[in-house]
Design a protein around this ligand. Structure first.
Ligand code: UDP
Length: 472
C-alpha cells in the first residue's frame, strides 16, 4: 500500500514580489533562484510532511513551493499517510517535544514499532522514487524515521523542525531521544530559532530559518471592506446587510469565491457592527481553547460589548491530529454550559477545509474583521496566526512563549501576556478594546515588523543558501 500521496502545487511566478520588496531586492531574489536552479541541475526538491491542510507547515509549503516551481525549480510535496495508531504516536512525540504530557502514554518499544512500521516503509517508498542529485526536506517528527532509507539511497536529507518550546524537561528529553539516532544521519537541520536547536546535534549542520507568511496568498492578500463582509456572509459567519463581495484571488491568480457554508456552526451570526476578538487555531490543547473562552467570559465579556470568535478547521479534515475531535468537543461543551446571554456573544466556528484556498480566504476575512486578535497558546514554535494578524495591522494579544517572543515587541507591535494568566489576558484585550487609537498604532507597528522580517522572500533566500551548503 502506498504511504505517500502527492500534493499538487501551483506554479506562481515570483515577479509579484517586485513591487513589495523593490527592484534591487527582487533582482537579488531572481539571481538566487537562478543559482538554486544551477545547483539542482533539473533534479527534484522533495518535501514530506504529514498533512496537506490545517496548520502552519502546510500553510508555508503551499506558498514556498509554489514560488519555487514558478521560478523553475522542480519542487515536490508528498504527505505521509499513516493510520490512526501511527498519528497517536506522532502526536505523543509532538506533545512531549513541547514538554507536555499529551495522552500520558509512554514512548516505549510498542510506540517505536508503530512509528517505524510507517516511517520505514515510507522511507523505502520515497527512496525508490528519488534519483541521485535530488534533495529531500523532511518536516517535523512524523517523517524522521524515513531518514535511514533515504541515506542508503545516497540523497541529501534536511530535517526541518517546526516545533520547539521554552526550557527543558524530562518529557522533551524522552521525545528527543526517541528521534535522535535517525536524525544523526541527516545532512542538515533547520530550526525556527536559536533556543530550539537540540544541544547534541552537530552545530555545523544546523541552520536557523524563522517561518514566514505569503503576502499574496488567499490568507494574506488585501481584501476590501466589501470583500470581508461578503466572504463572512457567504461563509455563514456574519449577517449580510448589503450585497458584499465574496471574491478572493487564488494562488495561481485565478478568481475564487467563498460559497460554502454548510460546515459552519449554527451559533448566532455576527452583526456588521459587533466588536470582535478572534483566535484562529487548530483544535489542540496547546492552543488553550478553554483558557481563551474562560478568560474572555470572566474578564472581557462583563466589561465590554465585544464578541469572541474562536475558529478552527473542521476536524475530519485534519488527518494527522487524532486529538482534534476531542478538543473541539471540550470547547463546544464549554460554550454550551454558559448562560444563553453570554453565548450570544460567543461564536465557535469550524471552517470548511475541502477547498484550502477558500478556507484561507475566510480566515483572512475573519482576521481583518477582528478588532483584537489573540493567540493564547501554551506552547508555540512560531505562531503563523500571529504574523498573519500583524500583517493585517491587527493588535495581537499573545502568550509570552516560544517564537511569539521574537515576533512581538511587547507594548509596541502587540501585547505579550503570561500563558496561564486569564486575568492578564483579559486586561490586555480590554486595554486595546477601550483605546482604539492605541490599538491602531500598535497595528501599524505590527505590520511594519512583519514586513521587515517575516515575509516569504526572506525564507526563500535562506533555503537557497542552505541548498548551497548541502548540494555543493
Ligand atoms: N489555519 C487555517 N484554518 C483554520 C485554523 C488554522 O487556515 O481553521 C491556519 C492559520 O491561519 C495558520 C496555520 O493554520 O496559517 C496555523 O499555523 P500556526 O503556526 O499558528 O500554528 P500550528 O497549527 O502550526 O501549530
Amino acid at each position: 500500500m502506498a504511504l505517500l500521496s502527492s500534493v499538487p502545487i501551483a506554479a506562481v511566478p515570483p515577479d509579484r514580489f517586485e513591487p513589495l520588496i523593490g527592484p534591487a531586492a527582487y533582482r537579488r531574489l531572481t539571481e538566487r533562484f537562478a543559482r538554486a536552479r544551477d545547483l539542482l541541475g533539473g533534479h527534484a526538491m522533495w518535501n514530506i510532511n504529514s498533512t496537506s491542510r490545517g496548520g502552519g507547515v502546510a500553510e508555508m509549503l503551499v506558498s514556498l513551493l509554489a514560488y519555487a516551481r514558478g521560478a523553475g525549480i522542480d519542487g515536490r510535496w508528498e504527505v505521509i499517510e499513516g493510520d490512526e495508531p501511527f498519528f497517536r504516536v506522532t502526536k505523543r512525540i509532538h506533545n512531549q517535544l513541547h514538554g507536555e504530557e499529551g495522552d500520558g502514554l509512554p514512548l516505549d518499544q510498542a510506540a517505536r514499532e508503530r512509528y517505524e512500521s510507517v516511517t520505514h516503509a515510507a522511507g523505502e517508498e520515497l527512496a525508490s522514487r528519488v534519483a541521485p542529485g535530488d534533495i529531500v526536506l523532511l518536516h517535523d517528527p512524523q517523517t524522521v524515521g524515513m531518514i535511514p532509507a533515504l541515506k542508503r539511497r545516497g540523497v541529501p536529507v534536511v530535517w526541518r523542525c517546526h516545533v520547539g518550546a521554552d526550557g527543558s524537561n524530562s518529557l522533551m528529553s524522552t521525545a528527543r531521544n526517541f528521534l535522535r539516532d535517525y536524525l544523526r544521519q541527516a545532512d542538515a537541520y533547520v530550526f525556527s530559532r536559536e533556543q530550539y536547536v537540540w544541544e547534541d546535534l552537530d552545530p555545523g549542520k544546523t541552520v536557523l530559518i524563522a517561518p514566514s507568511i505569503d503576502a499574496f496568498s488567499p490568507k494574506n492578500q488585501e481584501l476590501s471592506g466589501s470583500q470581508v463582509a461578503g466572504i463572512l456572509a457567504a461563509a455563514g459567519l456574519q449577517e449580510a446587510v448589503a450585497a458584499g463581495d465574496p471574491s478572493f484571488v487564488r494562488m495561481d491568480g485565478s478568481p475564487g469565491r467563498v460559497e460554502r457554508h454548510a460546515e459552519v456552526d449554527e451559533w448566532r451570526r455576527l452583526r456588521p457592527d459587533d466588536t470582535v476578538v478572534l483566535q484562529v487555531s487548530r483544535w489542540d490543547r496547546l492552543k488553550d481553547p478553554l483558557g481563551v473562552i474562560d478568560g474572555f467570559v470572566r474578564y472581557v465579556l462583563p466589561r465590554s460589548t465585544a464578541h469572541l470568535v474562536y475558529a478552527g478547521p473542521s476536524v475530519e479534515s485534519v488527518a494527522d491530529d487524532p486529538e482534534g475531535k476531542g478538543v473541539l468537543e471540550e470547547a463546544s461543551a464549554r460554550f454550551a454550559s454558559l448562560p444563553s446571554r453570554d453565548r450570544e456573544r460567543l461564536h465557535l466556528a469550524t471552517l470548511p477545509m475541502a477547498d484550502f484556498e477558500e478556507n484561507a480566504a475566510i480566515v483572512n476575512a475573519l482576521q481583518r474583521r477582528a478588532q483584537v486578535v489573540v493567540q493564547k497558546s501554551i506552547a508555540e514554535g512560531f505562531g503563523l496566526t500571529v504574523a498573519e494578524a500583524m500583517w493585517k495591522r491587527r493588535p495581537v494579544v499573545a502568550s509570552r512563549i516560544g517564537g511569539i517572543q521574537d515576533q512581538i515587541v511587547d507594548g509596541r507591535s502587540g501585547r505579550l501576556v503570561r500563558p496561564r494568566d486569564p486575568a492578564g489576558y483579559g486586561e490586555a484585550v480590554r486595554g486595546l478594546l477601550d483605546d482604539p487609537g492605541y490599538a491602531a498604532s500598535m497595528g501599524e507597528e505590527a505590520y511594519r515588523r512583519v514586513r521587515g522580517g517575516y515575509l516569504g522572500t526572506r525564507s526563500l533566500l535562506q533555503y537557497i543558501a542552505l541548498f548551497e551548503r548541502v548540494l555543493v
